[in-house]
Design a protein around this ligand. Structure first.
Ligand code: ZN
Length: 461
């Protein structure tokens, strides 16, 4: 039976996978600079006989590792970047590890789980003589929503027949609901400095331009589709009230449930900024920083991974893990209560077990996996890698994914993904159905990169 064989194979690699997971967690790296993670993953893939290439898409920390030959080609989407300000030790109370970055989204588990999955799938393919290609794709800088866009622009995903992406979560579940498409950008205004009291007529305030832009955006809100979200922060607003600011800048997100709506509102926000520059006689510069598509979950592939999770062995949580979880949950009573109620779990549960039914509910977040999902049929799923109350991007999350709780969740994901691959290869009809669904949904809506012409990855070769 594949389930037990996969379990045995991945168990055989558990010590090195645990070490990898810990190395990435202990060395949290920013997007595009995931050097340690990239090297650690590549060294295992090379040792295991994969054909490994880095630097794809112009990003030095991107990985493509291939094993097998022929069709279908199945892609496993790994990530390994971390977040600023979320340094935390592996303890159930807030204690910084003194680093600039931390794994507050659990991406240390993603590269590791995908590695376990490809090793599990490969062993089954060897045993059964199955044809097909496994493609491990290390995708940098998910948090800045750019990594996969550069890879997509280079055609990295176009040769795949399907793809899968696992993300750490509080519960084991699969959703066919979408996420939001987004554009992230910075607006810079350049004015003219002057004494704000003695010589105001000669000043041209860059801050005025920025504020007028924000006022304009807030009027624009009334006249955009209801799924649109616009958020901003002012990052530079001048130095002192008695000096007319010659430079001001802000960071902006425009999100919506479709790429089309993001493109349209982004165009209008730029017009608002141009209007503000005209009013204030300042110069505007807009920098596109990143963006992505909304997720298009392939129902056929999602149903298959849900079924595989149900058929995969789940290790029980230990007493220590449950105690750790209880302490974490106590720090976030509101989040804990909400999760327990939302999924109708027992009020005594601290960590999730079992698999929730397929959900249709979408997410208000964004991920560059969305871009992949518009290029090839893609499934995304979550496994329980943290206590039920854990909020996203939090110290509680960093602590949990550095513990055995996170690793157990990642190994459950690895076994489920390997089984998913085996079943796909053994039943070609499933992939045919997945492709038919994909063609139907994307008809007349081909993938167009959100990246403006000529833009390069922020850190490449
Ligand atoms: Zn994430």
């Amino acid at each position: 039976m594949s389930v037990e064989a996969i379990e045995r194979e991945i168990k055989g690699h558990e010590a090195e996978l645990e070490k990898l997971c810990r190395t990435i967690w202990e060395n949290p790296e920013p997007g595009y600079r995931e050097v340690i993670a990239c090297e650690s993953i590549c060294s295992i893939l090379k040792k295991e006989g994969f054909e490994v290439e880095t630097g794809i898409g112009g990003i030095s920390t991107a990985i493509r590792a291939v094993w097998g030959d022929g069709k279908p080609a199945i892609g496993f989407l790994a990530e390994y970047d971390s977040l600023p300000g979320l340094s935390q030790e592996c303890v159930p109370y807030k204690k910084s590890a003194g680093k600039e970055y931390g794994h507050g989204c659990g991406h240390n588990l993603m590269g590791t789980a995908c590695l376990g999955a490809v090793l599990g799938l490969r062993s089954e393919m060897i045993k059964k003589g199955t044809k097909g290609t496994i493609v491990y794709l290390g995708c940098p800088a998910e948090e800045s929503m750019g990594g996969k866009l550069f890879l997509a622009r280079e055609g990295v995903f176009h040769g795949l027949d399907c793809a899968i992406s696992f993300h750490p979560m509080t519960v084991n579940r699969v959703t066919v609901g979408s996420s939001l498409a987004v554009n992230q950008f910075r607006l810079h205004f350049y004015g003219k400095s002057a004494h704000a009291s003695a010589d105001p007529q000669n000043g041209r305030s860059a801050l005025d331009a920025l504020e007028l832009t924000n006022v304009g955006i807030n009027y624009l809100r009334e006249h955009v589709p209801s799924d649109v979200r616009i958020h901003y922060t002012i990052t530079d607003g001048g130095k002192a009230p008695n000096i007319v600011p010659e430079y001001a800048a802000g960071l902006y997100f425009v999100r919506a449930s479709s790429r089309e709506n993001v493109d349209e509102v982004y165009r209008r926000v730029l017009k608002v900024a141009q209007g503000a520059a005209l009013m204030t006689e300042t110069e505007l510069k807009a920098d596109f920083l990143g963006g992505c598509y909304n997720k298009l979950h392939n129902k056929v592939l999602c149903e298959l991974i849900c079924e595989c999770m149900k058929d995969t062995i789940q290790e029980p949580w230990s007493k220590e893990e449950l105690k750790f979880a209880e302490e974490i949950n106590r720090t976030v009573p509101g989040y804990y209560k909400k999760t327990v109620e939302k999924y109708q779990l027992s009020p005594n549960d601290q960590l999730h077990r079992g698999v929730l039914p397929l959900l249709t509910e979408g997410s208000m977040g964004s991920s560059d996996t969305g871009d992949v999902s518009w290029i090839v049929p893609t499934a995304t799923f979550w496994t329980a890698c943290m206590p039920l109350g854990t909020p996203g991007h939090s110290w509680q999350l960093t602590a949990s994914v550095g513990s055995s709780i996170g690793f157990k969740g990642a190994m459950f994901a690895a076994r489920s993904m390997a089984l998913w691959g085996v079943r796909l290869l053994e039943n070609p009809l499933i992939l045919e159905r997945a492709k038919a669904e994909f063609s139907e949904v994307t008809k007349n809506r081909p993938y167009r990169s959100p990246l403006p012409e000529g833009i390069c990855p922020p850190v490449g070769h």
